[in-house]
Design a protein around this ligand. Structure first.
Ligand code: ADP
Ligand code: MG
Length: 703
């Protein structure tokens, strides 16, 4: 990146590497542009002549930006993005090359791609997978390639990615929401889209220290590590002044994201030492998903340029907060109206109340799906650990909306809340009006004024799955509402009756109190809410009949596709834990146990040397330490062997994905925890000269 480029004004920089609306208008013949727009807006098929013209313009533009290759960029089931690069070169008869890119190459790709997880959907002998251009997400140039966002499916049409079902769920939600809006007489609206603003948490640590820790390299988290003397208890990191090295990283990150048209907006330090957050301005769900994937990748790349490593794992360090992702979600019309905006008087805003009721009913009926959508081995460390919302799904609505719904349930008029002013008591400060919804940081699913904030997501996952679930669930409820209301003679009373019924039947899901408290766990159990603590508890419910019915009836997935997804996630859970356990065993046997032995030898030698001078010296401290460490070392040796044995059992006893995953949760994880506890105790008692790894204090505070 040249320094002149660095000094470009932000509006000029923004989107400079994106084949966006402006570029299309400027570079495409008018009729080509119009056909493409129709494809983007209305999903009309693109004919090959148009595709050829678009491809050629895209290629010329990309080559000017320094691209020599193109890639169909897609999102396979493993939650990261995939790319394979082809150059634009094409030989001429006289032995030269020209840069060429056809409409066919733009629209359809055929990566061999036989090694992506498919949950058994694709036998490798027929391993063909196809990528198909998604014209609703702009192409862009990154490095030396033109990136074309694509969907990925198998030879026989089964969906093998996260983008296709996401697009389907968005279309389905739009279809059902339009029915409701038409009932309310809104005929101008043509489309409803879901919007998402994902706030992303991450850690930054020093690359030289990272390189010394096999656990970070192989698993993204520390598998051993005694607590540092200082953690997050002083609350001095949250929103604290940003260190120069981190600020330089953040500045470059912003610029790189802006170039790609990503609306990076807010940055700050988070609660844990070395933890930070970036929030973009929201976009339509499809774009927000692509952009969040890019953001995570670019965070890692930019970190490397600053001698840093960006950790996106949900729990890099025990004892301090892990990282999550807040999925701010709303619905808006193509005419620019936010359907979750209650307006000044929500009690009289029947359309809003109906959409609100759809979300309430959906979240209650499909708690399991929302929980499943955030399930991973990494996120199991956070949910319910007093740093993230519990594994119990509930909704926070705030005082005003709760009171409005209570009034509807009781059949009484709503008295209304007086608009309140914030009294700062200082005259020079402007008078602030108070939001009617306050924040509740402990709720997994909180109404925050004109959107819902789904807070249970782990930092590393793709936001596609939670949004597929949300969109489909709400589409289902809106469909039921539209079916019930389309025949109604008088809309308003019918809506009120429907909302009343929803409140009566689903109010158990609404909880405005402290979601981190033990009292809530008890209360939630009394209310009959699910508490699916681990991935292994949650995932089997994916294939419950009601969930199969939901996704197949809205044509988001086939049953085979759902079974495949279930298998893939379950296997990924077991594989993740297997890698962690193997890494622990290696670290213990190759580094930690020998280090402690070495230190014991030195200590023993020191005692012997002292006694050679004065045979009666007690050497009390050293002798006690030798006894203590030697005992811990014996324990660690046998715990390492025991852990290895649990892995052997996992492979021997594997019957299906569920039994294997259950074994990892119930047998392997406890063995890992036991070994870690012993090793961490040894770390606290071994000379730092002998300890083979950078400590928690080094990793979190030496930046
Ligand atoms: P905070 O949660 O810290 O109070 P904000 O409420 O300003 O911050 O926004 C948090 C995130 O919610 C941002 O990414 C923002 O763009 C996003 N957001 C705001 N409005 C909407 C909306 N209508 N739909 C989806 N996301 C939204
Ligand atoms: Mg937030």
């Amino acid at each position: 990146m040249g320094s002149t480029e660095k000094r470009r004004a932000v509006p000029e920089l923004f989107g400079s590497m994106v084949f966006n609306e402006d570029v299309m208008q400027e570079r495409l013949p008018r009729d080509v542009y119009r056909s493409l727009r129709k494809t983007i807006d209305e999903g009309k098929d693109l004919d090959l002549n148009v595709a050829n013209a678009v491809a050629s313009a895209m290629k010329d533009w990309a080559v000017e930006k320094g691209a020599t290759h193109y890639t169909h960029w897609f999102q396979p089931l493993n939650g990261i993005t995939a790319e394979k690069h082809d150059s634009f070169i094409s030989p001429t008869s006289d032995g030269r090359v020209i840069m060429q890119f056809s409409g066919k190459e733009l629209i359809k790709g055929e990566p061999d791609a036989s090694s992506f997880p498919s949950g058994g959907l694709r036998a490798t002998f027929e391993a063909r997978g196809y990528t198909a251009w998604d014209p609703t997400s702009y192409a862009f140039v990154k490095g030396d390639s033109l990136y074309i966002p694509t969907a990925f499916c198998s030879y026989s049409g089964e969906v093998l990615d996260k983008k296709t079902p996401l697009l389907r769920s968005m279309e389905e939600l739009s279809r059902q929401a339009l029915r409701i809006l038409h009932l309310f007489g809104d005929t101008a609206v043509k489309r409803v889209v879901t919007t998402v603003g994902p706030e992303q948490e991450y850690f930054l640590i020093d690359k030289a220290l990272y390189d010394q820790r096999p656990d970070l390299i192989f698993t993204g988290r520390t598998l051993f590590g005694a607590k540092a003397p200082k953690g997050q208890e002083l609350e001095d990191h949250y929103f604290g002044a940003i260190k120069p090295r981190i600020a330089a990283f953040m500045k470059e990150l912003d610029e790189e994201l802006w170039k790609l048209g990503i609306l990076a907006k807010t940055k700050h330090n988070e609660v844990a030492p070395a933890q930070h957050e970036l929030a973009p301005i929201f976009a339509t769900t499809n774009i927000a998903t692509d952009h969040n994937q890019l953001t995570m990748e670019i965070m890692k790349n930019v970190a490397a340029r600053h001698g840093l490593v960006c950790l996106l794992h949900e729990k890099p360090f025990a004892g301090v907060n892990g990282s999550g992702k807040h999925n701010n979600w709303s619905l808006s019309t193509d005419t620019g109206k936010n359907l979750l905006d209650p307006g000044k008087s929500p009690a009289e805003n029947f359309q809003f109340l109906l959409f609100l009721a759809a979300v309430i009913k959906g979240v209650d009926e499909y708690q399991d799906l929302l929980r499943i959508s955030v399930a991973s081995a990494g996120n199991d460390h956070r949910l319910g650990a007093n740093e993230a919302p519990p594994a119990i799904i509930s909704m926070f609505l705030g005082d005003e909306l709760t009171a409005v719904l209570q009034a509807i349930e009781a059949g009484k008029p709503y008295g209304g809340a007086e608009p309140q002013k914030l009294a700062t008591g200082v005259h020079v400060l402007p008078e602030l009006s108070r939001d009617t919804t306050d924040r509740n940081r402990t709720s997994p699913f909180a109404f925050t004024g004109n959107k819902f904030e789904f807070r249970s997501l782990g930092s590393a996952i793709s936001i596609a799955c939670p949004n597929i679930m949300l969109n489909t669930i709400v589409a289902e409820e809106l469909e039921q509402f539209a079916d019930a209301l389309e025949g109604a003679e008088d809309l308003q009373p019918a809506v009120l009756a429907l909302v009343k019924k929803v409140v009566e039947e689903h109010k158990r899901i609404i909880f405005n109190g402290d979601g981190y408290s033990e009292a809530w766990v008890q209360e939630a159990q009394r209310r009959g809410l699910l508490n699916l603590k681990t991935t292994v508890d949650a995932l089997p419910r994916y294939l419950d009949k009601k969930n199969l019915d939901l996704f197949t009836s809205h044509k988001i997935y086939t049953e085979a596709e759902m079974e495949a997804r279930y298998e893939t996630i379950m296997e990924e859970y077991a594989k993740t834990l297997n890698i962690e356990a193997l890494t622990m065993i290696d670290m213990a046997r190759q580094d930690i146990l020998p280090a402690v032995s070495g230190f014991l030898a030195e200590l023993s030698g020191a005692v012997a040397a002292q006694r050679a001078v004065l045979p009666d010296l007690p050497c009390t401290g050293e002798v006690a330490l030798i006894a203590k460490l030697s005992a811990l070392l014996d324990t660690a040796f046998s715990q390492t062997d025991a852990l290895a044995a649990t892995l052997a059992d996992a492979h021997a006893e594997s019957v299906n994905a569920l039994t294997t995953a259950t074994h990892y949760r119930d047998v392997v994880i406890p063995a890992m925890n036991a070994l870690r506890a012993t090793v961490d105790q040894m770390e606290e008692n071994v000379s730092s000269e002998y300890w083979p790894y950078p400590t928690y204090a080094d990793l979190m505070f030496r930046i």
